[in-house]
Design a binder for this molecule. Structure first.
Ligand code: C5P
Length: 243
C-alpha cells in the first residue's frame, strides 16, 4: 500500500492519510524517548514488536466489545485505523505503586494499591504533560462530564481485562497509559480507545522474578530493552518472522 500524506508525527509513531476517508495509517517507529524526549535512542525492531503487541491487545479488547480505532494490521510496521479526534488526555491506570506515583506520594515501588487508581494528564509536551483533575478537564472543555465517566468506565474495563490477560502469561500489570478519541459516525459521536497499548506505555513485571519487561528498561538504563519486548510478544504468542 502506498504511503500518503503525513498527518502527524509523534515520538514513536507517524500517522498517514488512509486509503478511505475517515481512515489513517498508524506507523510504528523504532524511536524510544523518555523524560519528554530529553532521552532518545533507536531500538531496532521495537516498532515491529509494538505493532504486533498492540494489534493483539486491541483485537482482544474488540472481542469484549471495547470500542477501538483499530481496523487491521497492514504490514510489519503499520496498521489501518479509524480517524478520531484525540481527547488531549493521557489516562493512566495503576494497580501497583511505581514511577511517578511512588515519587509523588512516597510509596514503595511494588506495593499493591488499595484499589485501581485512574489519573489524568494533559497532553502538552511544552508543559511536560501535567497531571490534571476532572475540574480542569471540564472547565477547559477538554472533555464533558459524560465523556469523563465513559472514559473512566472504559479504562477500568480495559484494566480488568489486561490484568487477567497478562497474569495468564506470568506478567504483573503494574500500570499503563491509554488515550481516547471521538469517532464521528454519521450523526453519532462515540468515545473509542485510540493510540497503542504496548510495553512503551505499560509497566509489565515478570510475576515470578519481578524483572521489568517494559520501557523502564530504557528509562533506567537497565539494558535488554528489545529482549524484554520480545519476551512479552513471545508470551502473547505474537512473535513471528512473517509480516
Ligand atoms: O511515569 P508514570 O509513573 O506516571 O507512568 C505511569 C504509566 O504511564 C507507565 O506505564 C508509563 O509507561 C505510562 N506513560 C506513558 N506516557 C507518558 C507518561 C506515562 O506511556 N507520557
Amino acid at each position: 500500500m502506498n504511503k500518503r500524506r503525513r498527518i502527524y508525527e509523534g515520538k514513536a509513531k507517524v500517522l498517514y492519510e488512509g486509503p478511505e476517508p475517515g481512515t489513517l495509517i498508524q506507523h510504528f517507529k523504532d524511536d524510544a524517548t523518555a523524560f519528554n524526549a530529553k532521552k532518545h535512542a533507536l531500538i531496532e525492531g521495537k516498532g515491529v514488536l509494538n505493532n504486533r503487541i498492540s494489534e493483539y491487545i486491541f483485537m482482544k479488547l474488540g472481542e469484549i466489545a471495547v470500542p477501538t480505532h483499530f481496523i487491521k494490521r497492514l504490514n510489519m510496521r503499520e496498521q489501518l485505523i479509524r480517524e478520531v479526534e484525540i481527547i488531549p488526555l493521557e489516562v493512566v491506570v495503576r494497580n501497583v505503586a511505581a514511577g511517578s506515583l511512588s515519587t509523588r506520594l512516597g510509596l514503595e515501588e511494588g506495593s499493591q494499591l488499595p484499589r485501581s487508581i485512574i489519573e489524568f494528564y494533559y497532553k502538552k509536551d511544552e508543559l511536560n504533560d501535567p497531571m490534571v483533575s476532572e475540574e480542569h478537564i471540564t472547565a477547559f472543555g477538554w472533555a464533558t462530564p459524560q465523556e469523563i465517566d465513559e472514559i473512566m468506565q472504559l479504562a477500568l474495563r480495559i484494566n480488568d481485562f489486561l490484568v487477567g490477560l497478562f497474569l495468564g502469561i506470568g506478567i504483573r500489570l503494574v500500570d499503563f497509559k491509554v488515550e481516547f478519541g471521538r469517532l464521528y459516525d454519521n450523526e453519532q459521536v462515540r468515545i473509542v480507545l485510540a493510540d497503542e497499548i504496548s510495553p512503551d506505555c505499560c509497566r509489565l513485571w515478570d510475576a515470578q522474578s519481578g524483572d521489568k519487561l517494559d520501557k523502564d528498561r530504557f528509562r533506567r538504563d537497565l539494558g535488554g530493552v528489545l529482549e524484554a519486548y520480545q519476551e512479552v510478544a513471545r508470551r502473547l504468542g505474537v512473535l513471528t518472522e512473517n509480516p
